[in-house]
Design a protein around this ligand. Structure first.
Ligand code: SF4
Length: 281
């Protein structure tokens, strides 16, 4: 990896909200009144428009994200259709799908239809997970990551820090990620919301940087991607994130939390002396 190169990824929330799961950190869960936009199956034309815009800003990856527990047959067909349309538009984007729990056959089908990688986060350690979700298990999450690898998709898997987990939990999660060896690993910091049940205090910048440095230590060859919570903790002052091992960023909106405009992200990366990567490989 070139230490001066930063990979730009992007997210397209194609189905939002109304999730029956009770993940206590997630505003898309219908268990909490978070008032996020709710919609299903964004029109393919709109997805293509977003893909083109983000590509212009330098995005190499484009992730199709759906809320909900997992990938049923209808959702799988819709994501396959979106992936085919993006590939046909020949934008040169690496396509990632992020649709929750998924079996091997569905993932093979996505791969056959143009999806390159699958994102499924472990979120936290096996021990701590039952404290933040009661409707599915951590083992199901792990199994989906294994299925993605078996389907020969690239694996993108990481987690969220600041849920009230201990350092031991953080290390346990990173040890498991070490076994899975994802090609990229999203690092999220929890953003408190008055309607979400987790009331853990906001991480300090120092603790958040320690989490990044620890992740880099455990995952020396993985693309460490800063995702949700970046501005919440660091504001405009994000240089140290890159110095501690971040080498990928998510451009544009981060699901329901407004990210910075993609142009600001690119300008900041240049200002810090890094260059946006020009190839995903
Ligand atoms: S399953 Fe996914 S979308 Fe649903 S509440 Fe949990 S994290 Fe949010």
């Amino acid at each position: 990896m070139n230490p001066k190169e930063i990979f730009l990824c992007s997210i397209c929330n194609v189905t939002s909200g109304n999730c029956a799961e009770d993940c206590k950190y997630c505003t898309q869960s219908s268990h909490y009144n978070t008032n996020v936009p709710t919609y299903k199956n964004k029109p393919i034309e709109d997805i293509l428009h977003e893909a083109r815009s983000l590509k212009e800003y330098g995005a190499l990856g484009f992730c199709l994200v759906t809320s909900g527990r997992g990938l049923d047959s209808k959702k799988c067909e819709y994501i396959a259709q979106a992936a085919r349309a993006i590939k046909e538009a020949d934008l040169g984007l690496h396509i990632i799908a992020c649709c929750g729990r998924a079996d091997l056959d569905s993932l093979k089908y996505l791969k056959a239809n143009g999806v390159d990688s699958y994102n499924h986060n472990l979120e936290t350690s096996k021990n701590f997970f039952p404290q933040v979700c009661s409707t599915h298990t951590w083992s199901e999450r792990f199994e989906t990551c294994e299925n993605a690898l078996k389907a020969e998709l690239g694996l993108c898997s990481g987690g969220i820090f600041g849920l009230g987990e201990s350092w031991e939990d953080r290390i346990d999660m990173l040890k498991t990620l070490q076994i899975l060896t994802p090609h990229s690993s999203p690092i999220n910091f929890y953003i408190a919301n008055p309607n979400l049940p987790i009331k853990a205090p906001k991480l300090s910048k120092e603790e958040a940087l320690d989490c990044v440095a620890l992740a880099r230590e455990f995952l020396p060859k993985t693309r460490l991607m800063i995702a949700g919570g970046r501005e919440h903790i660091f504001g405009e002052d994000q240089k140290k994130l890159f110095e501690c091992g971040i080498n990928a960023v998510v451009l544009g909106d981060y699901l329901t939390t407004k990210g910075e405009a993609p142009k600001n992200d690119v300008d900041r990366i240049l200002l810090y002396g890094y260059t946006p990567a020009t190839s995903c490989h």
